[in-house]
Design a protein. Structure first.
Length: 406
């Protein structure tokens, strides 16, 4: 069945690639707007904090996630000067639609003001810069804005920048690894095409899911991490097997080699994708929305990766042909014609000769590495974990230093 499917893909390779290009374009378009629908909310239904938020919302009309907190440090200010600062903050608050001052308090040389809005977290976050500019216009340049909405606004570009840096490093290291293993040939670009297709489509699907369900802000990082890893893993497996089939049947057709490749390596990828999907699907058992959002995003990556393996990968190999996977110059670790020579062959022989010793050494090594869990210290997700240089984070630190934690 898999062989017939592969031959059908090869016959219609142009249509397969065209469909993938359309899906990639749609995925990139949706992914570019994804951050607008992601949240930093760590709300856990049923907990005391969630119940408290519900009480505040229903009985006191206080929208916690749509609230801004303005922190202003003063020194030796009189009551009239404090009142003037409060008045200026109230005027600045009018820059945000539906906003109103719900509480103002001067403690320990710090004036803090809560400004409530009718917006949800993402809607309120969009007005953070407007509020900061309004405070500056009132002469309160030293006023700091924090709260859930401001934190969301400040953390979003940080995560985006970190993602870009991570992408650059990962792509560079992956390219070196692929050249080292496959040698200098066009096949080294297959994992990147595979990864780009998988990641873009998953981001597009997450965009659709985010319209109805909570999806946390760092999901794109997770998608790209898993997507690139699976793309390299699956592509190496398929390309290496295809290369061996080409060498074993030098006079055979490329289509025949691809069909045989998918019969063996393709089945392995399907099984691997199924196992990874089942593992990530267990996150749905955790009754916490942001954990389940990670499970949903993580589950989509191996599923789309398997679909790409069964459709896009054979089409790409068909276009590359025999010359596209034949190394030129540097041949790489997996380019040997004789499988009984080289590093991997020697390592395999060593393991076969000493299976018990290798097994015990491997178990001991894993146990030593896992022993770090004994002194691992974990804490619940907290606002103190956000970067200290952000304005919203500095405001929290000021309150903690002057008034106390809590």
């Amino acid at each position: 069945m898999l062989e017939r499917w592969t031959r059908g893909v090869i016959r219609h390779r142009f249509a397969v690639v065209a469909v993938w290009l359309v899906l990639i374009a749609l995925g990139l378009l949706a992914g570019s707007k994804l951050n607008e629908h992601l949240t930093t909310s760590l709300a856990v239904p049923g907990t005391d904090s969630a119940k408290a938020d519900q009480i505040l919302s229903e009985h006191f009309k206080e929208n916690i996630e749509g609230t801004f907190t303005v922190i202003l440090k003063f020194k030796n200010a009189t009551k009239s000067e404090i009142a003037a600062m409060e008045s200026k903050i109230a005027v600045a608050a009018t820059s945000v639609p539906t906003a109103k001052v719900t509480q103002q308090k001067a403690l320990g040389g710090v004036l803090f003001t809560n400004i409530g809005t009718a917006f949800n977290l993402l809607q309120a976050a969009a007005y953070t810069d407007d509020l900061r500019q309004a405070l500056s216009a009132q002469g309160l340049d030293k006023a700091l804005v924090t709260g859930p909405s401001a934190i969301n606004r400040d953390v979003t570009p940080v995560l985006a920048t970190d993602l870009q840096h991570g992408q650059a490093i990962a792509i560079f290291l992956a390219l070196l690894l692929l050249i080292l293993i496959l040698g200098l040939c066009w096949a080294v670009i297959v994992p990147f095409l595979f990864a780009g297709a998988t990641i873009s489509i998953v981001l597009g699907l997450v965009f659709l899911i985010a319209q109805k369900f909570l999806m946390v802000l760092y999901i794109p990082n997770i998608i790209e991490l898993i997507g690139l890893g699976l793309a390299i893993d699956y592509s190496l497996l398929i390309v290496h097997r295809f290369r061996r089939e080409i060498l074993d049947i030098p006079d055979g057709s490329v289509d025949e080699a691809i069909a045989k490749t998918m019969q063996t390596a393709g089945r392995t990828v399907i099984l691997s994708g199924l196992v990874v999907s089942i593992g990530l699907a267990t996150l749905f058992l955790v009754p916490i929305p942001f954990v389940r959002s990670l499970g949903a995003a993580g589950l989509l990556v191996p599923v789309i990766s398997v679909v790409a393996t069964l459709t896009l990968q054979p089409a790409l190999l068909s276009y590359l042909g025999r010359g596209g996977v034949t190394p030129k110059g540097f041949t790489g670790l997996l380019a040997r014609k004789d499988l009984m020579t080289g590093f991997f062959a020697r390592a395999s022989h060593f393991v076969i000769r000493r299976p018990k010793s290798v097994f015990l050494f491997s178990i001991l090594t894993l146990a030593i590495m896992a022993s770090s869990v004994l002194w691992l210290q974990v804490t619940p997700s907290a606002l103190t974990s956000i970067p200290a240089n952000l304005e919203s984070s500095r405001a929290l630190s000021m309150v903690t230093d002057r008034v106390g934690s809590g």
